[in-house]
Design a protein around this ligand. Structure first.
Ligand code: ADP
Ligand code: MG
Length: 499
C-alpha cells in the first residue's frame, strides 16, 4: 500500500534540502510482524539517580506475605510499588559496587557506558535479579529510566564464561530493538569476553538458509521471536544451558495482539529443556489484562514492580496539542512553526499511523526542501538498519516513523516528538492506544532529559481521542493556542526548556 516510501538520507543539522533516494520495498517475508505493532519506553529522570541515593533500604526488605511495599515516600519517588516474594532479604544498591558485579562489568559501566550510579529501577531491581534464588521478575518503570541495564547486567552476570553455548536469551519486538540491545550488551560487557549474537531476519544480501548455518555458540542471544523460534525448531539454537530469559517490552511480547503465542512457546520450550530458568519481564506499560496474564505465566514466587498509569508520564517532557483545520495545515505547522527553530532543536521523530501516511508526509516535506528520512516495516532490512544508523550517528535530524520505533528506541538527542497522527487501536480507530502514546512520547526525554511533544489534531475525532488519552493518564495536555502563530510555538518550546 503505502509501500513506495522514499528515503532521503543526508547529513546536516536542521532539515535542509537534499537529494532523495528511492528505497526499494520488500514484501514482509520474515516471521516477525515487527512493523505492525511497535513498542516501548518511559522515563526516569535525573531525579532517578538521586532517588537511588535516597532509597529507603529498610523498605526493600521482602515481605513474606507478599504485601505491597511502598518503597519511596518522596512525591517524585513514590511511584514504584513492589511485591516481593521468598525469603531472601533484598537491600537496594546505592552504587554499582554494592551489587557485587565483577570488576569487568564495573569497568564496562564506568568506562564504556559512563554511568555513575544506578537509576532507581536499577537500584531496586538489580539486587532481585542478581542474587539467588534468581527469582522471576515483572518490572515496570518509566520510559528512559534504564531498564535495559537491569536485564543486560542480569544476563552478563549469569553467563558462565567456560560454557560456550547460549545461556541468556533476550526477546524483543523489533529488529531495531534487538540490534540496539545487542549493542548495549556488547558495550557494557566489553571487558567480560562474553559472546553474543543477534537473532533477527537476515538482510537479503548475505542470506544463508537456516539449515546451512552452524549452531549458535554465542553465550547471549538477543532477537525477535520469529527468528528465535525458527532457530530453535531448526535445532540451531540450543536452550539446554539457558538460565535467564528476558522479554523486553514484555507487555507487548505477551499481548494477544502482540507476540503472545511465539513468546509462550519459546518460554515453554526453554522450561522443558532447562530446569531453572529465571524469567525477567520489563516494560514501561502493563495494562490490566496483560498484568493478570503475566502474573500467571511466571513462577508462583516472583517479584513485581509496578507504577500507576497516572504516574507514568514523564515530567521532563512537555506535552502539547495543536488544533489545525486540515491535513495540509499539519505539514505547515511542522514546516513553518516547528522546523523554524531547526538548528536550535535536537533530533525529532514524527510518528504517523500508516505506511501511506509516512510516505505522503515524507514526500510533502521533501518537496518543501526538507531533509528527512522515513522508516517503516515494508522497507528492506538493510534499509531499515541504515536509516536507524544514520539517525543514531546524528547524520539525519528528522525521522518519520510508523509505530515501528514507538517502543524502546533510545537516542538521547531526541528531544522533540511530533504525533502527526494520534495512536489509535488497530481494530478500532476511534479508540486511542494509550500505551503506544506513552511509548511514543517516551522517545524524547531519555533519562530525565528535557523534551516536547506536539500532538497535531485535525477535527472532532482527533480531539475526542486526545481527550481520552488525557483522561486515561489523568493529565491535561496544554494547547498551543493558534497554529498560525509562531510566538505560541516559541513559548511552548521555551516552556519545555528546549529554547
Ligand atoms: P528504558 O527504561 O526506556 O528501557 P534505557 O535502558 O533505554 O531506558 O535507558 C535510557 C537511557 O538512559 C540510555 O541512553 C541509557 O544509556 C541511559 N542510562 C541508563 N542507566 C543509566 C545510569 N545509571 N546512568 C546514566 N545513564 C543511564
Ligand atoms: Mg527499553
Amino acid at each position: 500500500m503505502g509501500d513506495s516510501t522514499t528515503s532521503t538520507t543526508a547529513a546536516g543539522q536542521a532539515p535542509r534540502p537534499q537529494e532523495t533516494k528511492k528505497a526499494t520495498v520488500a514484501p514482509t517475508r520474515w516471521a516477525d510482524l515487527e512493523d505492525e505493532a511497535p513498542e516501548e519506553s518511559s522515563a526516569s529522570s535525573t531525579s532517578e539517580a538521586k532517588a537511588a541515593l535516597e532509597l529507603d533500604v529498610e523498605n526493600l526488605a521482602i515481605d513474606e506475605n507478599k504485601k505491597i511495599n511502598k518503597f519511596l515516600d518522596e512525591p517524585e519517588d513514590s511511584n514504584i510499588k513492589a511485591v516481593t516474594s521468598g525469603d531472601t532479604p533484598y537491600t537496594s544498591a546505592f552504587t554499582f559496587e554494592e551489587l557485587k558485579l565483577s570488576p569487568e562489568l564495573l569497568k564496562g559501566l564506568y568506562v564504556e557506558m559512563k554511568f555513575e550510579k544506578p537509576s532507581k529501577i536499577q537500584a531496586i531491581s538489580l539486587p532481585m535479579i542478581l542474587n539467588p534464588p534468581f527469582m522471576d521478575l515483572i518490572a515496570q518503570a518509566h520510559n528512559g529510566s534504564g531498564k535495559t541495564t537491569c536485564f543486560t547486567l542480569g544476563m552478563l552476570s549469569r553467563v558462565d564464561p567456560n560454557i560456550k553455548a547460549p545461556q541468556a536469551l533476550c526477546i524483543c519486538p523489533t529488529r531495531e530493538l534487538a540490534i540496539q540491545n545487542l549493542e548495549v550488551l556488547g558495550k557494557m560487557g566489553k571487558y567480560t569476553g562474553i559472546t553474543s549474537e543477534c537473532a533477527i531476519p537476515m538482510d537479503s544480501t548475505n542470506h544463508i538458509p537456516i539449515n546451512k548455518r552452524p549452531p549458535v555458540t554465542a553465550q547471549v542471544v538477543i532477537g525477535t521471536p520469529g527468528t528465535i523460534k525458527k532457530w530453535m525448531s531448526a535445532k540451531k539454537l540450543s536452550v539446554i544451558h539457558v538460565k535467564i530469559l528476558v522479554f523486553d517490552e514484555a507487555d507487548h511480547m505477551l499481548a494477544e495482539d502482540g507476540f503472545k503465542d511465539d513468546s509462550l512457546r519459546i518460554m515453554r520450550d526453554i522450561e522443558r529443556m532447562s530446569s531453572h530458568c529465571q524469567v525477567l519481564l520489563f516494560s514501561a506499560t502493563f495494562n490490566e489484562t496483560v498484568k493478570n496474564f503475566v502474573s500467571k505465566i511466571v513462577k508462583r514466587d516472583h517479584n513485581q514492580l509496578f507504577v500507576k498509569k497516572e504516574e507514568l508520564s514523564l515530567e521532563s517532557v512537555k506535552q502539547y496539542k495543536v488544533n489545525v483545520p486540515d491535513e495540509l495545515s499539519k505539514v505547515m505547522v511542522i514546516k513553518e512553526r516547528i522546523f523554524e527553530f531547526g538548528e536550535r532543536l535536537g533530533q525529532t521523530i514524527i510518528f504517523v499511523r500508516t505506511r501511506n501516511s509516512a510516505s505522503t508526509l515524507h514526500k510533502s516535506l521533501v518537496e518543501l526542501g526538507y531533509d528527512v528520512t522515513t522508516i517503516q516495516g515494508a522497507l528492506k532490512q538493510e534499509d531499515r538498519d541504515k536509516i536507524v544508523k544514520e539517525f543514531k550517528d546524528g547524520l539525519t535530524q528528522v525521522l518519520i516513523s510508523t509505530d515501528l520505533l514507538a517502543r524502546g528506541f533510545d537516542q538521547q538527542q531526541v528531544n522533540l516528538v511530533i504525533n502527526y497522527d494520534l495512536p489509535v487501536k488497530h481494530d478500532n480507530r476511534t479508540e486511542p492506544d494509550c500505551e503506544v502514546y506513552l511509548h511514543r512520547i517516551g522517545r524524547a526525554g531519555r533519562f530525565g532529559r528535557k523534551g516536547a511533544v506536539f500532538n497535531l489534531l485535525c477535527g472532532d475525532m482527533d480531539q475526542m481521542i486526545m481527550s481520552k488519552i488525557e483522561n486515561h493518564f489523568g493529565t491535561k495536555v496544554a494547547e498551543v493556542h493558534d497554529w498560525r502563530n509562531e510566538e505560541d510555538f516559541k513559548a511552548a518550546l521555551k516552556a519545555a526548556g528546549l529554547l
